[in-house]
Design a protein around this ligand. Structure first.
Ligand SMILES: Cc1ncc(COP(=O)(O)OP(=O)(O)O)c(N)n1
Ligand SMILES: Cc1nc(C(=O)O)sc1CCOP(=O)(O)O
Ligand SMILES: [Mg+2]
Length: 580
C-alpha cells in the first residue's frame, strides 16, 4: 500500500467557517433526499434545545500530540491500560457495530468498553429491526464508564437520536477524553438508513465540531454535504475540505465504493495537507463492518499514543489485511458477510493448546558444531553467550555430533535456557528432543514429516519447519507446525547446496503463511536490516548461524544484531504491516 503525500495545502479556514457553514446549510436544505425505511422511526427529539459546541462553544478535548511516534505496543505510554469507549449500536450478526469495535480493540491490544445506543437485528442479508435504547439508559451507560474507568478515546458509531448527541456532548464536557473519533453512521453497508433525516443537522452542527476525526464513507460524505455527487478523487478532496469546514480537526473520506478507481483510495485531510491513501481493492463479499472497524482501529491506535496520521495509516492496513485474510470465510447466505478481525489467531491451529510465542523468533541463534570446534568453544559457552547477547530462542544444530554427546550437550544447554526462560529446540533429531524434554524441534522438508513429529511430541512442544514456497507454508500450517523457517534469503556457506529464495521468495512465503516466519540463510549485520524492512505480515525475526558463531566474540555479535533488529523494527512500525 502506498501513502502518497500531497503538498496541496488548504487556505486557513477558521474565519470562513461560519460563512461556509451557512452556505452549506442551504444546499443541505434543498438537496437532502434520503430513503426512509422502517428504521427511520428512530427517535429524533432533542427536547427543545439544540446544543452548540466548542470550538463553537465550550467542550474541552485534550489535544493529541500531532507527530508522537507509535512506540507503544502494549497499552498506553504512561503504563495505563489504553482504553477506547465505543458508543454505537449492537449488530446481532457481529460483523459491525459494537461487536466489530470490541474485536478490533482486542486485536489491537486495547481495552474497549461499550455504550449501546440501539440493538439491531441484522445478518448478511440486511437490517431487519432496530430498537433504540432509552436516552436515560445511554446516559447512564456513559456515566458509569466515564466516571469510573479512565477512558483515552471515545469512538461513536450509530447515534440514532439528536438527544444522544447532546448526551455525548454533556458527558464529554464532564469527563474530558483525549480524542473523539466519529464514524457518522447513517446508512448501513447494505443500504439501510440508520439515522433519520432530522439527526443530519445535529451531526453537522453539533457532532462534527466535537470530533478529532470524522470518517465518512462516500455515501455518508455525500449525505452530509447535501447530496453532493462524489465520483472522483478530486471530488473526495473537495468533500474532505467541506467537511473540515464543519469543524472536525481531521477528516477521512473513505473511497472504498469509488466507481472510477481500481484501488481503494481514501482521502485524509488535517486542515492543512491532503494525503491520498491507496491500497489494492480486495475482491471479497466479506466487507460488512469495515467502516466501524476502521474507526475503532483509529481510536485504538490513538489510545496507545499514536499520532492521527499514523493511526489512520495503520487502521487502513489493518482493515486491508483482515479483508485479505477473511476472503474464504463463509458465514450467512446474504450478499455481504462479516470478516475476521482477530485474523492473527489463524496462525494458531485451534485444535490444540498453543504455548508458543511468535515474538520468540526475533533473534534465533542456531548453533553449529563445526564452528564451535573451530573457535575452541564448548557448546554450552556458545549458548550462554548468545543468550547474554540477546538471542530470543536457541536451536542446537549439531550435524556431526554423536548421539550420546549430543544428548548430554542438549541437557546442559536446556538447563541454561530454562534458567533464562529461552526456548531450546533441537534440529532434526526428534529422539534427542524427546530424551531431554527440549521445548521443540526444527525439521526440514526431507526430515520427519510434521504430522508425525506432532504425534510423537504432543500438542505442547514447538515445531518449526523449513519452507521455501507458499505451498510449503500452507502445508506446514495444516500439518500442525508452530512456525516456519524460510530461506535461504541470501547465499550461505553454512548449508551446502542450499537454494537461495531471496527477499522476494521470503515475502511470498510470509504473505501465504498462516504461521509466524523467521528468515534464515546468509543473514548478517550488513543485510539483516533489508530483511526486517520488508515489514511483511508474519515475519517475526531472523535466524543466524555464522554471523553469531563463526565470530570471535559471540556476545558482542549477538548484541550488535539485536540492536540493529530492534532499531529496524521500531522504524518499520507495527508488526502487522502488510506491504502492498
Ligand atoms: C530456523 C531454521 N530454519 C530453517 C532451518 C533449516 O532446516 P533444514 O531445512 O532441515 O536444514 P538443516 O538445518 O537440517 O540443514 C533451520 N535449521 N532452522
Ligand atoms: C541452517 C540453514 N537453513 C537454511 C535454509 O535455507 O533453510 S540456510 C541455513 C544456514 C544458515 O546459516 P548462516 O546464518 O550462517 O547463513
Ligand atoms: Mg533438517
Amino acid at each position: 500500500m502506498d501513502f502518497l503525500l500531497s503538498n496541496t495545502t488548504s487556505a486557513s479556514i477558521s474565519h470562513h467557517k461560519l460563512l461556509t457553514r451557512s452556505k452549506l446549510q442551504n444546499i443541505f436544505f434543498f438537496n437532502f433526499v434520503i430513503d426512509y425505511c422502517q428504521i427511520c422511526t428512530l427517535s429524533d427529539s432533542i427536547q427543545g434545545t439544540r446544543h452548540r459546541f466548542d470550538q463553537f462553544g465550550g467542550l474541552t478535548l485534550k489535544a493529541m500530540p500531532e507527530e508522537k511516534a507509535l512506540t507503544v505496543t502494549n497499552g498506553s505510554s504512561n503504563n495505563k491500560t489504553a482504553h477506547v469507549l465505543t458508543m454505537a449500536g449492537s449488530d446481532s450478526g457481529a460483523g459491525a457495530g459494537i461487536q466489530a469495535d470490541l474485536k478490533t480493540c482486542a486485536a489491537r491490544g486495547v481495552y474497549c468498553s461499550t455504550v449501546i445506543t440501539a440493538v439491531t437485528a441484522q445478518n448478511t442479508i440486511g437490517v431487519q429491526d432496530v430498537s433504540v435504547l432509552p436516552e436515560e439508559s445511554v446516559a447512564a451507560q456513559l456515566k458509569a464508564v466515564l466516571s469510573d474507568m479512565h477512558v483515552d478515546v471515545v469512538k461513536t458509531g450509530m447515534l440514532p437520536s439528536t438527544a444522544m448527541v447532546k448526551i455525548l456532548h454533556d458527558s464529554l464536557k464532564q469527563f474530558p477524553v483525549q480524542a473523539l473519533v466519529v464514524d457518522p453512521v447513517m446508512v448501513s453497508t447494505s443500504g439501510h438508513v440508520l439515522a433519520g433525516s432530522s439527526i443530519l443537522e445535529t451531526f453537522r452542527q453539533d457532532l462534527l465540531p466535537m470530533a478529532d476525526i470524522v470518517t465518512p464513507n462516500l455515501k455518508e460524505a455525500s449525505v452530509l454535504l447535501g447530496g453532493l455527487q462524489l465520483e472522483t478523487v478530486t471530488d473526495m478532496r473537495l468533500a474532505a475540505k467541506s467537511l473540515h469546514d464543519m469543524g472536525p480537526r481531521n477528516v477521512l473520506v473513505k473511497g472504498g465504493d469509488l466507481p472510477s478507481s481500481s484501488d481503494a483510495v481514501d482521502i485524509f485531510f488535517n486542515g492543512k495537507d491532503f494525503y491520498e491513501l491507496r491500497s489494492s481493492r480486495i475482491q471479497t463479499r466479506n466487507t460488512h463492518g469495515t467502516g466501524c472497524t476502521m474507526a475503532s482501529c483509529i481510536a485504538a491506535e490513538l489510545a496507545k499514543g499514536s499520532s492521527m496520521l499514523s493511526a489512520v495509516k495503520l487502521a487502513k492496513r489493518y482493515v486491508e489485511t483482515a479483508l485479505e485474510y477473511s476472503k474464504s470465510i463463509n458465514i450467512g447466505n446474504g450478499p455481504q458477510g462479516p470478516f475476521d478481525h482477530i485474523f492473527k489467531l489463524k496462525r494458531r491451529n485451534p485444535s490444540r493448546l498453543q504455548l508458543f510465542d511468535p515474538s520468540d523468533l526475533f533473534l534465533y541463534a542456531v548453533t553449529d558444531s563445526g564452528m564451535n570446534k573451530k573457535w575452541g568453544r564448548p557448546i554450552t559457552d556458545a549458548v550462554k553467550a548468545a543468550i547474554e547477547g540477546g538471542a530470543t530462542i536457541v536451536q542446537l544444530r549439531e550435524k556431526d555430533a554423536e548421539t550420546g554427546d549430543f544428548l548430554e550437550a542438549a541437557k546442559a544447554c536446556l538447563e541454561i535456557c530454562r534458567a533464562h526462560n529461552i526456548p531450546l529446540l533441537i534440529n532434526d533429531r526428534i529422539d534427542i528432543a524427546m530424551a531431554c524434554d527440549a521445548d521443540g524441534v526444527h525439521v526440514g522438508q526431507s526430515d520427519m514429516p510434521v504430522k508425525t513429529v506432532r504425534a510423537l511430541l504432543g500438542p505442547e512442544k514447538i515445531i518449526g519447519v523449513s519452507c521455501k514456497t507458499p505451498e510449503h507454508a500452507l502445508k506446514a500450517w495444516a500439518d500442525g507446525a508452530d512456525y516456519i523457517g524460510s530461506g535461504g534469503v541470501f547465499p550461505t556457506n553454512t548449508k551446502a547446496n542450499n537454494r537461495t529464495i531471496g527477499l522476494d521468495g521470503l515475502e511470498a512465503v510470509c504473505l501465504a503463511s498462516k504461521l509466524p516466519v523467521v528468515a534464515i540463510g546468509g543473514i548478517n549485520l550488513s543485510n539483516a536490516r533489508s530483511v526486517m524492512e520488508l515489514g511483511v505480515v508474519n515475519l517475526e525475526g531472523v535466524a543466524v548461524v555464522s554471523a553469531l558463531f563463526d565470530r570471535d566474540c559471540v556476545v558482542a555479535e549477538t548484541k550488535k544484531l539485536n540492536a540493529l533488529l530492534t532499531d529496524t523494527v521500531a522504524k518499520v512500525g507495527s508488526e502487522m504491516v502488510c506491504n502492498k
